[in-house]
Design a protein around this ligand. Structure first.
Ligand SMILES: [Zn+2]
Ligand SMILES: [Zn+2]
Length: 218
């Protein structure tokens, strides 16, 4: 989850107060794993720093060192607070075995999500949606939540999504769906496979949308 904080940066004789930075954002695939990876910093403050260099009040080397130190401090603070592995450290900038290994599975879930979301738009053909155990009507708010967001305004970061999936087994609803859309026929089949020989049900019917149990047409 990204968040912002402020730091004071002292540069030569100049002190920049309350420079805003963001953390856990902007994971550029081109600069993966480099110092400061995932961190964003207020552009007006950056301009001011560069201007100081241009005016000869500090050297470019000092500026680089200062920003690197700030980024490392943020990373270490974060690590201590959250008790997490340093971000990026477990994922090398190139040829990450974990990310490579998860690529196919990731692509399959992305594709499946695309298909399910298309089907979700067609409730006449796909009147039912199911999660792991529960059957819903497609119109149910729970089904909508489970199908997830594909809001195009939501900037997706495929590389970061893949990384979270590969390293942390994290499925975010921004790219993965938790629902399977069903025709009435599919739903009847699913219910049948989850009904024991004595009629025991290994499924649930959603208490919000109360779907009727579909009957197989054959
Ligand atoms: Zn990786
Ligand atoms: Zn429901």
């Amino acid at each position: 989850m990204s968040y912002s904080e402020r730091i004071n940066i002292t540069f030569g004789e100049t002190r920049l107060e309350g420079v805003e930075y963001f953390w856990e954002v902007m994971y550029s695939p081109l600069r993966r794993g480099k110092v400061g990876w995932g961190m964003a910093i207020e552009v007006p403050a950056v301009l001011e720093m560069i201007r100081l260099v241009a005016e000869g009040k500090a050297s470019a080397g000092q500026l680089v060192e200062l920003l690197e130190r700030a980024a490392e401090k943020v990373r270490v603070d974060h690590e201590e607070r959250e008790g997490e592995t340093p971000w990026g450290a477990d994922c090398p900038s190139e040829g990450c075995i974990l990310c490579e290994g998860a690529k196919e599975e990731f692509a399959a879930i992305v594709e499946q999500t695309r298909v399910e979301r298309l089907r979700f738009q067609d409730p006449t053909t796909y009147p039912y949606a199911r999660g792991k155990r529960t059957l819903h009507r497609t119109a149910c708010s729970e089904a909508e939540r489970g199908i997830g967001s594909d809001d195009p305004r939501w900037a997706r970061d495929d590389v970061q999504d893949l990384r979270s999936f590969a390293h942390e087994r994290e499925l975010s609803s921004s790219w993965a769906t938790f629902m399977t859309m069903l025709t009435a026929e599919d739903a009847a089949g699913w219910i049948a496979t989850r009904t024991g020989p004595r009629g025991g049900a290994q499924y649930k019917l959603c208490k919000i949308c109360r779907p009727s149990i579909p009957q197989a047409s054959t």
